[in-house]
Design a protein around this ligand. Structure first.
Ligand code: UDP
Length: 195
C-alpha cells in the first residue's frame, strides 16, 4: 500500500477506486484488516497520545477522510489522489457487496438507530446479507460476548460506529480475534443513514 506521512501517520495515497479494489482482494484473501478513515481530530489525537498514534500506525489501511488530511499531505509535498470519505467508502463497499454477495455486520449507535440504518441499507442493497446488528452501548465486560456474536456470524465486512476515541482502539484490540477481513470505524454514519 503506497502511503504518505501526515505527522507520522501513514495515509494511503489511493483514491476511491483503488481503495475498493484493494479491499475486495482483502475480502477474498480473508485476513483481518483494520481500516481507519483519518480526519484531523484523529491526527491530533495521535500527536497528543503516543498510544493512539501507535495504534494508528498498526492499522492496515488509513484513508484520507478529512479535507484537512488531504490538505496536509499536499502541503507536505506528497499529495494523495483524492479525499476518500468514510461515508462514501461504506457505500462503495456495500455496492461491491451487492455484486459479490458479501455478508455484513453492523455494530454501534443507539438500538433504534442501528435497526433503522440496517433496514435502510438492506432496502438499498438487497443482495448484501446483513448477518447481524448490535448497538454500541456496552461496556468492556461485554466485549467478548459481542466479539463472539460477530465471529459466529462470519461477516466479510464489519462496520463499527462508536465514538472515534473508542471505536478504533476497540477494533485494534479485537481485530485478530474477530477475524473479519474488513473492519472499519464509521463514526456517526449510522445516525446519518437512519435519517
Ligand atoms: N456511540 C456508541 N457507543 C458509545 C458512544 C457512541 O455506539 O459508547 C455511537 C453514537 O451513537 C454514534 C456514533 O457512536 O452513532 C458516533 O458518536 P459521536 O458522534 O458521539 O462520536 P465522535 O465520532 O464524535 O467521537
Amino acid at each position: 500500500v503506497p502511503t504518505v506521512s501526515v505527522f507520522g501517520i501513514p495515509v494511503c495515497k489511493w483514491g476511491m477506486e483503488d481503495t475498493v479494489k484493494y479491499l475486495t482482494e482483502v475480502v477474498q484473501t480473508g485476513q483481518p484488516h483494520q481500516i481507519i478513515t483519518a480526519n484531523p481530530i484523529m491526527v491530533m489525537a495521535a500527536l497528543e497520545n503516543p498510544e493512539y498514534k501507535s495504534m494508528m500506525q498498526q492499522a492496515d489501511l488509513i484513508v484520507p477522510d478529512g479535507t484537512g488530511v488531504v490538505w496536509a499531505a499536499r502541503k507536505g509535498g506528497q499529495p494523495v489522489t483524492e479525499r476518500v470519505a468514510g461515508f462514501d467508502l461504506l457505500h462503495e463497499l456495500m455496492k461491491q457487496g451487492e455484486q459479490l454477495g458479501w455478508k455484513v455486520f453492523l455494530l454501534g449507535a443507539a438500538p433504534e438507530v442501528i435497526q433503522e440504518a440496517s433496514a435502510r441499507l438492506q432496502l438499498q442493497y438487497p443482495r448484501v446479507k446483513i448477518v447481524g446488528t448490535r448497538d454500541g452501548y456496552f461496556g468492556p465486560q461485554e466485549d467478548l460476548e459481542v466479539v463472539g456474536e460477530i465471529v459466529k456470524a462470519k461477516p466479510d465486512l464489519l462496520f463499527v460506529a462508536r465514538g472515534a476515541d473508542t471505536q478504533e482502539p476497540w477494533i485494534a484490540k479485537y481485530k485478530n480475534q474477530l477475524g473479519v477481513p474488513v473492519i472499519m470505524g464509521v463514526g456517526g454514519s449510522f445516525d446519518v443513514i437512519s435519517g
